[in-house]
Write a protein that binds this ligand. Structure first.
Ligand code: ARG
Length: 603
């Protein structure tokens, strides 16, 4: 089976109704027939109301004229005019079934490679070296990874970039402290699995502890402060011993991040890491180029780019800091370098920065400067800040530990997995199924991680949401567990079919003697919009559309399952239903995978 793009029924109906409109009113060729879901038929066309004004007739008359031109029989089986001029459209069973077979016979489920030829650079995750990842990094990682997977599936050439915070003066102090305290453990081979509070320890939490200790000594002991400052100079000058420790700190931190990625199923590897330090030797060039072009100007001894678009509260233009008075470079300069590098060297057609919404101004200024510098031609390259909201605690305030610290992601995931374990154990108990403990643990891991990711992905991106483990891991409602459970039911039907010697038929003929049940029609129509939903996500970068779609699909499946017996039916009807279960399972599994969520075989 190869890759054949399949025109969705929505597209086919739009074309058919578009032709009918053009036949009835040649001057209105190209008008959108406005095909929408309907309570009375498979779909309805709402165009007559808008057309009526343009052609100077009553909507009902327009509906009649258009209806008279519809080619009834192949795709549209029945047309009815209702209300002021809606066209209720019933599809033929054959048209519905052709879609099922076309999607089933294709590895890509008929989804066109609509993003082929587009190189997309996705900047996501971006944790800071020697610090724990926080919930903001969780969101960036989970959403960025889903977009990377979806755009890859749509044929885009995706380049992942992990913009690690791996450079800055803070490392001088940390390195000096580490150097003076060789007895303190921080490498993953040295630290024990749990810390004093019984929590999982990691190399980044150890490093963060050392940094805090260094800071305290720095404030109390002027001699140490001097040695730490000297160390910053040594680091910036490329002193080999200092760099060696810095590299070690980066490597150990990456080790801790990789553990989180592995557990989350986030497809970032060390090869994707291009942190702030990666741009070090480009910064002079970036600053010089901007200055030579007159875009960066000296102000108070610093080199800045003053915005031509944004002013601050004082009505003065806001500034990007290109070079500080002391000659140092910071976050702004590095991001000027990222955009130049990604366009010039990586050949990006589209650049996505998955960073929380509080950095909106930063990216607006970076993109503006890049346009003025001529690096970013908006006609050719799309640079986008893809913002997201905050994760809140039960109190509705930004998610923090009780003492106000950063919540460790690993602990958060442990909590979710523990909650999921209770839920799946109860579920197994209620069904009376014997599941051994090891299998239960694996299911709980998939369900707990899936729950966290789904909760993050199922809301509109820019909205804040409350981290509530109990709600996330519920079997009912719009949760990851609900979707995973729906998948296991599909697997179970197919498994029982096999046990009875039944097979999913290669192909079921479209000319059918028994008509399709309403729940079957509904399921087919839902299956058929998968590609359209993915195409929308590629444009507006809102993975919650896919999440919502998979939820709808699971609900359509539940309705089908309750009203259309599969194994207890016979002949063609059973063949069709087996085929539908098969296509639904593949669509759901593919969709979950595109969100980076496991599709378990049993729960
Ligand atoms: N390290 C930054 C942070 O923790 C995120 C980096 C985002 N990417 C970028 N190109 N600025 O906030």
């Amino acid at each position: 089976s190869g890759a054949t793009a399949v025109a969705s029924l929505q597209t086919q109906l739009t074309d058919a109704l578009g032709d009918a409109i053009a036949a009835a009113y040649p001057a209105q060729r190209g008008a959108d027939p406005l095909i929408r879901p309907s309570d009375h038929a498979d779909r309805q066309a709402n165009a007559a109301l808008a057309l009526a004004k343009k052609v100077g007739a009553k909507p009902r008359e327009v509906a009649e004229s258009v209806a008279g031109q519809i080619d009834v029989g192949d795709v549209v089986g029945q047309v009815e005019i209702s209300g002021p001029g809606f066209l209720n459209l019933t599809l033929t069973d054959a048209a519905l079934w052709r879609q099922v077979e076309a999607r089933r016979s294709d590895d890509r489920l008929g989804v066109p490679a609509s993003a082929a030829g587009v190189r997309t650079v996705i900047d996501y995750s971006g944790p800071n070296i020697a610090k724990e990842m926080h919930v903001g990094h969780l969101r960036s990682s989970v959403i960025g990874d889903a977009l990377a997977r979806i755009l890859t599936f749509l044929g885009s050439d995706v380049v992942r970039q992990n913009h690690l915070g791996d450079w800055g003066t803070q490392f001088g102090m940390l390195i000096q402290y580490i150097d003076e305290h060789p007895e303190l453990p921080w490498r993953h081979t040295e630290i024990t699995a749990t810390d004093a509070d019984g929590e999982n320890a990691s190399t980044v939490s150890a490093l963060d502890g050392l940094y805090k200790a260094a800071r305290a000594v720095f404030d109390a002991d002027p001699d140490f402060a001097d040695r730490a400052r000297a160390r910053v100079v040594a680091l910036q000058a490329g002193d080999e011993a200092t760099l060696a420790t810095w590299r070690d700190i980066v490597k150990e931190s990456q080790y801790a991040f990789d553990e989180v990625y592995a557990r989350l199923g986030v497809q970032l590897t060390e090869e994707d890491s291009a942190g702030e330090s990666f741009y070090n030797d480009m910064l002079d060039g970036v600053a010089d180029e901007l200055e030579a072009a007159g875009i960066a100007v000296v102000s108070d001894g610093a080199l800045v780019v003053l915005s031509e678009e944004v002013t601050g509260p004082d009505d003065e233009p806001v500034a990007l800091m290109v070079r500080k008075r002391d000659g140092g470079y910071g976050y702004d300069t590095t991001d000027l370098a990222t955009i130049r590098y990604r366009i010039r060297d990586l050949g990006a057609d589209r650049i996505l920065y998955l960073v929380d919404s509080r950095q909106a101004l930063h990216f607006r200024l970076v993109f503006e400067a890049a346009r003025r510098a001529g690096w970013l031609d908006p006609e050719r390259v799309q640079a986008l800040h893809v913002p997201f909201g905050s994760v809140l605690g039960a109190d509705g305030k930004p998610f923090k530990t009780r003492s106000g610290g950063t919540v460790r992601l690993m602990n958060l995931l442990d909590d979710a997995v523990a909650a999921a374990l209770t839920v799946v154990r109860e579920g197994a108990g209620a069904k009376g199924t014997e599941v051994d403990d090891e299998a239960l643990q694996l299911i709980a891991e998939q369900a707990g991680i899936g729950a966290v990711k789904y909760a993050d992905l199922s809301g509109s991106r820019v909205k804040d949401y409350v981290f509530d483990v109990a709600r996330m891991t519920a079997f009912n409602g719009n949760t990851g567990v609900y979707l995973q459970y729906a998948h296991t039911r599909m697997v179970s039907i197919l498994r029982r079919a096999t046990e009875r010697g039944l097979r999913v038929p290669e192909q079921v003929p479209a000319a059918v003697e028994t008509s399709l049940e309403p729940a079957e029609r509904d399921l087919i129509l839902t299956l058929d919009t998968f590609a359209d939903v993915l195409a929308e996500v590629a444009v507006d970068l809102e993975p919650h559309r896919l999440a919502g779609y998979l939820y709808e699909l699971s609900r359509a499946f539940t309705d089908f399952y309750e009203s259309c017996p599969v194994l207890a039916s016979e002949g063609t009807v059973r063949d069709r239903r087996l085929a539908l279960v098969d296509l639904t399972r593949r669509t759901l599994a593919t969709g979950l995978d595109l969100l980076g969520i496991a599709a378990p075989e049993r729960m």
